[in-house]
Design a protein around this ligand. Structure first.
Ligand code: PSU
Ligand code: MN
Length: 310
């Protein structure tokens, strides 16, 4: 059995050069809770299909990387409790043990590249945590973006992070941060972080062309497309900021560290907003899935490869 197993639908779509969008599974296992997680995962897959692309949710099952979930698999994942959250560091060891796990943005990018998928939709990528100058907590997602050639559509990095430091870290790593039809860097639950976005694009073809050009230029790594949450679903920055500050303070007080930090903070924000942040989270992931599908369609049409310079 190969290490990467594609669902029949994903395998057929890739063989025919049709548009495919990778989707992560940590948001299902750690980002959201039952039954909202399954409902959201299905909604997100449906949003990809509605735009004419094929969704490929990625996870580890029985020591193999699954690319594309069949009926029942998504539900198993959503119901699983205590499942491992896998990133670059622990993907191979968990597979060696024959175990299961959900994939973060970093691990999903690795799976997408192996399967030949160039475009991926998520909610918010990981980044530099507040207080990182003391904790050194910087998500492996940033290094993965610097290495693996996948275009990732997000709603900006999670506002629980240190956004200026995250933007600096992305620049250092040579990761293009492209504001989708905006000059402002979005902040997950809010449309505007108050920080400018380094780049801007307005058409899917531009994102696809830049993705191909990076490969032709021999520049490793992916692109980050920052797509603001739909207006109707957003929680303005001034409103969410104190909630985030309280969650971060609580995490520090309880000594939360490592992989638990992100799920802990997200859960606290959901509780403090009486679920409003959850509705926003679902809306923005669905919105990102739609854009990623349109970019995947543009990638399927984009010239490949550009002539390499000699
Ligand atoms: N976006 C969400 N919810 C999540 C995540 C992202 O809306 O749960 C997950 C992603 O899988 C991301 C991970 O890769 O959080 C980052 O975790 P860490 O900060 O531990 O690297
Ligand atoms: Mn971390």
């Amino acid at each position: 059995m190969p290490l990467v197993t594609k669902s029949p639908e994903v395998a057929a779509a890739l063989a025919e050069g049709r548009a495919v969008v990778a989707l992560e599974s940590t948001i299902v296992t750690h980002g959201l809770t039952w039954p909202r997680n399954l409902e959201t995962a299905r909604k997100v897959e449906a949003a990809v299909r509605a735009e004419g692309a094929v969704p490929a949710t990625i996870a580890v099952r029985g020591g193999r990387l699954r690319v594309g979930m069949e009926a029942g698999e998504l539900e198993d994942l959503a119901r699983a409790s205590g499942i491992a959250k896998l990133s670059r560091a622990d993907l191979a060891s968990q597979m060696a043990l024959g175990g299961d796990g959900s994939t973060t943005v970093a691990a999903t990018m690795i799976g997408a590249r192996l399967a030949g998928i160039e475009c991926f939709a998520t909610g918010g990528v990981g980044g530099v945590h507040r207080g990182a100058e003391r904790s050194f907590d910087v998500s492996a997602d940033l290094d993965e973006l610097a290495k693996t050639p996948v275009t990732v559509v997000c709603a900006g990095v999670k506002a629980i992070l240190d956004l200026p430091k995250t933007l600096e870290a992305l620049e250092t790593r040579g990761v293009p941060v492209i504001g989708w039809r905006t000059e402002a860097f979005p902040a997950f639950w809010s449309r505007d972080s108050g920080l400018p976005c380094p780049l801007r694009m307005d058409r899917e073809e531009q994102v696809a062309r830049a993705h191909r050009l990076r490969a032709a230029l021999g520049i490793a790594g992916g692109q980050l497309v920052a797509n603001p949450i739909p207006e109707a679903a957003e929680i303005p920055r001034a409103e969410i900021a104190p909630v985030i500050d309280a969650a971060v303070a609580q995490a520090e007080a309880e000594g939360i560290s490592g992989k638990e930090v992100t799920p802990f903070l997200l859960a606290h924000v959901v509780e403090a907003t009486q679920g409003r942040s959850l509705d926003a989270n679902v809306a923005l992931v669905e919105n990102n899935a739609r854009l990623a599908a349109r970019i995947a369609l543009a990638l399927a049409e984009a010239p490949r490869p550009y002539t390499k310079a000699r």
